[in-house]
Ligand binder design. Structure first.
Ligand code: FAS
Ligand code: PHB
Length: 390
């Protein structure tokens, strides 16, 4: 097989780039290790920056998002029961975010690929990029007993944190930066009316809690748990009781509980791999960087990578201009690190750290009091949360 751009990974990053390039007549093939059903079974992000929403519309995939997604112009921060609304619209120059599940936008991207006869190959096993620094890179994968080779101009590593792409960059070239947090998030999805029309991020002495949603009949809740906890440690009843303990009393009192239809624990980490390019391999999304979900930056950081790669590929194929490709890694990393900072700041602000000393606890309370009382602090939060410019 031959294509112009071979994309490893059929998550939001890979699918979005494939769709955008296809619309400009640039040929791609997407290789996805899992089945489509498996990819769509994963419950992940819920908040889209306005830049991501614009990209979905540009990819001709935004129609259901605009119909079913919710525009949110603010959210609440609670500190030991006291709540303060962060006015995103006021402090970000009129911007907002779209609450729309990653599962749904991934489904929209798959549907668009199908509509355009896009080449997305599922259950592609043993995917392996080759000849990354040559002018004739290629990718192989196994289908049953057959090894298939795809010759291409460029390879995009959009295969997530556990993918093969990042690991294909020589250790003498790759620099990795990682920070692990001493807790995880236990997440529950329930067919219940959300407790609040806007998200509530709650800092509490018992631990962090987040009230989010997917629609007016589908709620998404999280509580901070020790890394040693497993899903089996948490019955639905135990989850609801603990969630309510960590919320302001009036919020807890109106909480509508119900059976969990999904329950999972995700560890929290901050991670960046540099550079995001090696020869004709370009890393994008979780393959290159991971943030704790506190700032809702994970999926949104993937969006700016894809935006930069899309325009760089256009310039190359339409005008023979390689400045975008040559500048991709530095440009993407500049925004990635700002998302890393914001996610680290929100995580440090809102979680209880098992080994924090009294001084740290005083600093955390001071940071919260400063946020609650300063319009400058709320402006800084707002411009980061709606998304810094691409
Ligand atoms: P993805 O990991 O989504 O996709 C990579 C794809 O590549 C996968 O489908 C995988 O099967 C495939 N793949 C892997 N190895 C391969 C190989 N060798 N060959 C072929 N294919 C291969 N972000 C938020 O903003 N908010 C959240 O609340 C949030 N919650 C999250 C919860 C969890 C448990 C996880 C893991 C992530 C969460 N994220 C969240 C971050 C998440 O949304 C990512 O940012 C987003 O999925 C990034 O998309 P991709 O870069 O496409 O990577
Ligand atoms: C979610 O709805 O899954 C969600 C929302 C905001 C976050 C993290 C997760 O910061």
């Amino acid at each position: 097989m031959k294509t112009q751009v071979c994309i490893i990974g059929g998550g939001p990053s890979g699918l979005m780039l494939s769709q955008l390039l296809h619309l400009k007549g640039i040929d791609t093939v997407v290789l996805e290790r899992q089945s489509r059903e498996y990819v769509l079974s994963r419950i992940r992000a819920g908040v889209l920056e306005h830049g991501f929403a614009k990209l979905m519309r540009e990819a001709e995939c935004g129609e259901r998002m605009d119909r079913e997604g919710e525009i949110h112009e603010g959210f609440f921060v609670a500190n030991n029961g006291v709540m303060k609304r962060m006015d995103l619209h006021k402090y970000s120059g009129g911007n907002s975010v779209v609450v729309y599940g990653q599962t749904e936008l991934t489904r929209d991207l798959y549907d668009a690929r199908d509509r355009m006869q896009g080449k997305v190959i599922h259950n592609a096993e043993d995917v392996q990029p080759h000849e990354l620094t040559s002018k004739t890179p290629y990718v192989t994968y196994r289908s049953g007993d057959e090894i298939i080779r795809i010759n291409c101009d460029y390879i995009i590593g959009a295969d997530g944190f556990h993918g093969v792409s990042r690991k294909s960059i020589p250790k003498t070239v790759l620099r990795e930066y990682e920070k692990l947090y001493p807790f995880g998030w236990l997440g529950v999805l329930s067919r219940t009316k959300p407790v609040s029309p806007e998200l509530i991020y709650s800092r509490h002495d018992r631990g962090f809690a987040l009230c989010s949603l997917r629609s007016q009949v589908l709620s998404r809740y999280y509580i901070q748990v020790p890394l040693t906890d497993t899903v089996e440690d948490w019955s639905d009843e135990a989850f609801w009781d603990e969630l309510k303990r960590r919320l302001p009393e009036d919020v807890a009192a109106r909480m509508v509980t119900g059976p969990s239809i999904e329950k999972s624990i995700a560890p929290l980490r901050s991670f960046v791999a540099e550079p995001m390019r090696y020869g004709n391999l370009f890393l994008a999304g979780d393959a290159a960087h991971i943030v704790p979900p506190t700032g809702a930056r994970g999926l949104n950081s993937a969006a700016s990578d894809i935006y930069y790669l899309y325009h760089a590929m256009l310039a190359h194929y339409q005008n023979g201009d390689d400045s975008g490709l040559d500048g991709y890694s530095a440009k993407a990393l500049a925004r990635v690190w700002k998302a890393q900072r914001f996610s680290w700041w929100m995580t440090t602000l809102l979680h209880t750290f098992p080994d924090s000393i009294e001084y740290d606890k005083k600093l955390q309370q001071t940071d919260l009091e400063y946020l609650f009382s300063s319009e400058a602090a709320q402006s800084s939060l707002a411009e980061n949360y709606v998304g810094l410019p691409f």
